[in-house]
Design a protein around this ligand. Structure first.
Ligand code: F0G
Length: 318
């Protein structure tokens, strides 16, 4: 084991918290400003540093796109090989381009993300080898890095918001952010926590369905579909963690249609000047539903997590 490993970093984090023009109590945490254009970099700096630390030669990941782009960049920085498993035909062009640009070896799986992840788990997690380090969300270090979103929101606002709204795919990030806020309370920095609100696309909403049914087992979606390919996931591994975040914080889950996601994407782009990919517009779509249903007041401080940059997915129809 190497003892003197330098952190593998590209200067991730410290992203802008942009107030909405339409409502000064509404904020957008713009994660598209990270080095590879998504929040994934926050976890990747840590996980790839650990990979170096344990002496791995390569890293492997299944992804809907952003994780692979981030893994490829950080692996390049670390001098490690990177292997990515992607669902064929379901990855936005910008993300695939990044993985290739940074020199990752791309395996296209005939199937959706859930099948790509199963393959990685079967090949590399179940038969763990010191030389190939798996970077998927089952990797605890990634979530530890992602929890810094909570710390920054607190620093930037100067207080804990009432609500944080997060797009949910494989369901790790909502838990990571929740963990960050919970820890701020545990160490006595604050005495309150926000409600965590998860948003899924209607055609890929297993966590929403499980939450609605108050079920103890995941209600999977066999053929997930949505314009928001980043969160096109039917069997999210971290579903229970996401529900823990929602339940402990007295938040809730929502599902929104693709049409609502595209409307929200246009509003962010044209009225706020904030360019995001479809999954990252789901929180605004969810906010609109929640306000309409009286679940959130417009006078409450609410932060939308805009997870990825517009250039990730230049082919979205609007
Ligand atoms: N938004 C974007 C832009 C994403 O890329 C993802 C996940 C999410 C939201 C959801 O986060 O999975 O922690 O609930 N993308 C993963 C990937 C699955 O492979 O890039 P989550």
């Amino acid at each position: 084991m190497k003892k003197d490993v330098e952190p593998v970093s590209l200067g991730e984090g410290d992203t802008p918290l942009i107030p909405s023009k339409s409502n000064r109590r509404l904020f957008v945490k713009f994660e598209g400003a990270n080095p590879t254009g998504s929040f994934k970099d926050r976890g990747m700096t840590l996980a790839v540093t650990i990979a170096k630390y344990i002496g791995a030669k390569s890293v492997v990941v299944a992804s809907t796109g952003n994780t692979s782009a981030s893994a490829a960049a950080y692996a390049a920085r670390a001098g490690l090989e990177c292997l990515v498993y992607l669902p064929k035909g379901s990855v936005a062009r910008g993300k695939l381009f990044q993985a290739l640009l940074h020199g990752a070896k791309v395996v296209e799986v005939d199937g959706n993300f859930d099948e790509a992840l199963e393959e990685v788990v079967a090949r590399y997690v179940d038969k763990a080898s010191r030389h190939v380090y798996p970077l998927n969300s089952v990797n605890p270090w990634r979530l530890e890095g992602q929890k810094t979103i909570a710390f920054e929101i607190y620093q930037q606002l100067g207080f804990v918001p009432d609500n944080v709204i997060v797009p949910v795919g494989n369901a790790g990030n909502i838990y990571a952010i929740w963990k960050g806020f919970r820890e701020l309370r545990e160490v006595g920095v604050t005495d309150r926590v926000p409600r965590m609100i998860g948003v899924q696309a209607e055609g890929a909403s297993p966590v929403f369905k499980t939450w609605l049914a108050k079920a103890d087992e995941l209600v999977p979606v066999e053929r997930p579909y949505t314009v928001a390919t980043a969160i096109k996931i039917g069997r999210p591994v971290n579903w229970l963690k996401a529900l823990t975040a929602v339940r402990e914080s007295r938040g809730f889950m929502l599902s929104v249609s693709d049409a609502m996601i595209v409307e929200a994407l246009k509003t962010l782009a044209r009225e706020e000047g904030i360019g995001v990919e479809p999954a990252s517009a789901a929180p605004l779509a969810g906010y609109r539903v929640a306000v309409e249903q009286g679940l959130i007041g417009r006078d409450e401080t609410t932060v939308l997590i805009a997870t990825g940059h517009a250039l990730k997915d230049p082919e979205v129809k609007f």
